[in-house]
Design a protein around this ligand. Structure first.
Ligand code: SF4
Length: 363
């Protein structure tokens, strides 16, 4: 797999989608048989993945089965939940204890690890020793919003490899520079993102948006730059992307990316219980809409709301396959609605494309 590539699979069948991606990636070509391979999910707390905070264990299950079938035996799972949450409890509630038992894989609670200080430019960072020892690190972040950094995905997920004390220090020093430095100290070799459910704006979950995709990449900066646009942000809204690019960790120029969609999303019933999301989506008319498309629109409306521009929208917003080839008096989202008076291209369009489109309408 090339550094410039980002593979995208749409749907919500985590195991099957990950298996399909792994066949495309052929990760075994990058590994030696005795390599110590670590999977690093995001288990920020003890909640199941559909709440929008943690990584679906079926992604890890697909990876372990794939690697074991190719003869790789040294596989471990490493994670340290956020300060105040108990990682052992998260392993149990999120389904990873069960995985460990089934596949005979050790779990490493990084809140109880030995740590080593690693110097990166002017910073010394205390990182779990086992994370520094692995030969091949597979990062399994969740695509979701974050209350301080706007986005959390590949680069920020490595914060789970720090001691609790170091996590607190990162917050005191400011997250952006710290996250970039951490990624200089600890290299991730492959990233598989759980983008099926991810929270609207808060890393702890509770207002999950169904974005219906799993993505794979090797460059965490390029991937996070793409992820930023999927949530409706400009790359400059997440300062650690530029700092990480300047430090040579990866590329934040999306024009250089090769996005490969290995399938298309399917129309689904859209049903959100979150009152926060229901409030945002009052002006939407959706019929046979794909979850990926609807999720992009939810994020776009949230970004407009944060900027005080949501109230200005006084037209109905249409999306879904039922509007194909129909004249629409209103705003259309995606290629299905290309007969609307005004519409945004894409299938699905990113939240950034929708945000830019909606804010430029004369409403
Ligand atoms: S444009 Fe239509 S087909 Fe494409 S993602 Fe949106 S709803 Fe689905």
């Amino acid at each position: 797999m090339l550094n410039k590539q980002i593979l995208v699979s749409y749907g919500d069948q985590a195991k099957k989608m990950t298996e399909e991606l792994l066949k495309e990636i052929a990760v075994e070509n990058e590994l030696d048989k005795d390599d110590l391979i670590a999977l690093k999910p995001n288990l920020i707390n003890a909640s199941t993945s559909e709440k929008g905070a943690t990584t679906d264990p079926q992604i890890a299950a697909a990876l372990i089965e794939y690697l074991q079938a190719k003869g790789f035996k040294n596989i471990i799972i490493i994670e340290g939940s956020w300060v105040g949450a108990d990682t052992d409890n998260a392993f149990k509630k999120c389904g990873y204890q069960e995985l460990a038992r089934k596949y005979k894989i050790p779990l490493y609670n990084l809140q109880k690890s030995n740590y080593r200080k690693k110097k990166v430019f002017d910073m010394e960072i205390e990182i779990a020793e086992i994370a520094l020892k692995v030969d091949y690190l597979i990062n399994l972040p969740v695509l979701k919003g974050h209350c301080q950094t706007n986005l959390t995905c590949a680069l920020k997920n490595l914060k789970g490899c720090l001691s609790d004390q170091e996590k607190r220090r990162f917050h005191r020093m400011g997250l952006h520079k710290s996250i970039a430095h951490l990624n200089k100290a600890l290299k991730q070799d492959l990233i598989i993102v759980d983008g099926i459910y991810g929270d609207l704006d808060f890393e702890e979950g509770g207002n999950a948006v169904k974005m219906n995709r799993i993505m794979a990449a090797k460059d965490p900066v390029l991937l996070d730059s793409y992820a930023a646009e999927l949530l409706g942000y400009h790359i400059t809204d997440i300062p650690y992307l530029e700092i990480a690019a300047e430090m040579g960790i990866g590329n934040n120029n999306l024009e250089k990316a090769e996005i490969i969609e290995i399938n298309k999303d399917q129309a689904a019933d859209i049903n959100y219980n979150s009152s926060k999301i229901k409030k945002l989506t009052k002006m939407i008319k959706a019929k046979n809409a794909c979850s990926a498309c609807y999720g992009s629109l939810v994020h776009a409306l949230k970004r407009l709301d944060e900027r005080g521009k949501l109230k200005a929208i006084n037209q109905t917003i249409y999306l879904g396959q039922a509007y194909k080839d129909r004249e629409i008096e209103g705003l259309g989202i995606g290629s299905c609605c290309n007969k609307a008076l005004n519409f945004v291209k894409g299938c699905p369009p990113s939240a950034k494309a929708i945000t830019d489109f909606l804010k430029n309408q004369n409403m």
